[in-house]
Design a protein around this ligand. Structure first.
Ligand code: SF4
Length: 360
């Protein structure tokens, strides 16, 4: 069966592909900044339909992948203390120094629980009042509001044994750091989920300061094709702008309630990103009003351990769009989903895992 017929709107997709082909008068290299887009492009088969001169690279859009090796080393150390560590499942297999993972530590007896939301972790704290429960807060602007809401409830209920190790990161400063570092791309496909929270405004520097087109896109093949077509059109006309192509979900002003909650609990801080290093104002830290719940303060995590990068792993270059996953010498050799060397092969949203699942 024609692949297009599997899409929700095959006729429109066909038309967009034809328009895109006509518009692609020279090679166009775009970066998608969302692990969900990476997977959607592969899973739908869209990548095989892209015209040859449309070059697709993945950026720093997978929260697990961008978690810095020093942050991984810190939560592995934390797991070995007399605490209950609550985490999303994706972090369980991320290798730290000496290839150790949370899963290994759990097998050795560490008290590590997989949760599906920070509220589950809070419930765990309520259920075990004699134990300190620490939730590892990772993710971008999409997940941070729920963590903020959980901290707000913990404060209202005066819960004494719940803490968050806050490793949340903000997308726009990372894009700025990428471009300042000289990464060469012609446009950005911006993340739909993050944009649903922050809106369109925080990306305007892309067109104003870097003369780059950017579109906010949804996750259906038709959404992705439309967003890429708009990118290429703006590029050809040399009229860069930030365009919201996902207006059924993303409001230009973002989600004001979520933004207020974020602002109430967190404030921007410098953060470490795998591959990108330290980026000013690219992370969130817990405000002083909520510091009783800040694991960094209560568990001596202000200075993260100094550890070397994972030997041979090129995740940093993959996250910067400098290297395709299959160009890493370890890809599908020493590094596979069963035996991952780096986080980009661990996470379901990692580009190495997507390359392996859909191209090997
Ligand atoms: S293939 Fe494995 S070792 Fe290579 S960059 Fe990806 S995760 Fe790292």
């Amino acid at each position: 069966m024609n692949l297009l017929n599997k899409f929700s709107n095959p006729e429109l997709c066909k038309k967009l592909l034809t328009l895109l082909k006509n518009e692609l008068i020279r090679p166009f290299r775009f970066m998608e900044v969302c692990g969900t887009h990476t997977v959607a492009i592969f899973r739908s088969g869209l990548r095989s339909l892209f015209p040859e001169n449309l070059i697709h690279v993945s950026g720093p859009g997978c929260p697990v992948c961008v978690t810095h090796e020093r942050e991984v080393a810190a939560f592995l150390e934390l797991a070995q203390k007399d605490v209950v560590l609550a985490t999303f499942g994706d972090l369980m297999r991320v290798p730290g120094p000496n290839k150790q993972t949370l899963k290994d530590l759990q097998a050795q007896g560490a008290n590590i629980k997989i949760v599906y939301s920070p509220f589950d972790a809070l419930q765990l704290a309520l259920d075990t009042p004699d134990r300190d429960v620490i939730f590892i807060g990772i993710g971008f602007e999409t997940t941070a509001p729920t963590v903020a809401a959980t901290l707000n409830v913990a404060r209202q209920q005066n819960i004494k044994n719940f803490f968050v190790f806050c490793l949340h990161k903000l997308v726009p400063p990372a894009l700025k750091a990428l471009l300042s570092g000289g990464v060469k791309i012609d446009g950005f496909l911006l993340p739909g989920h993050v944009s649903a929270i922050i809106g369109r405004g925080p990306y305007e520097f892309l067109s104003k300061d870097y003369n780059l087109p950017a579109t906010i896109g949804g996750f259906e093949p038709v959404d992705i094709l439309q967003a890429i077509y708009e990118l290429v059109k703006m590029f050809n006309l040399n009229q860069p702008a930030v365009v919201n192509c996902y207006s059924r979900v993303v409001k230009d002003e973002g989600n004001q309630k979520a933004l207020l909650m974020l602002k109430r609990v967190f404030e921007p801080c410098s953060a470490l990103w795998r591959g990108l290093g330290e980026i000013p104002d690219s992370g969130l830290q817990i405000r002083s009003e909520f510091e009783a719940f800040d694991a960094r303060k209560s568990f001596n995590l202000e200075d993260l351990p100094q550890v070397p990068p994972l030997k041979g792993c090129k995740c940093g270059d993959v996250l910067k769009g400098l290297l395709r996953p299959d160009e890493c010498p370890l890809f599908n050799k020493q590094c596979t989903p069963e035996s991952p060397v780096g986080p980009c092969m661990v996470s379901t949203e990692g580009s190495c895992a997507a390359y392996y699942k859909y191209l090997v």
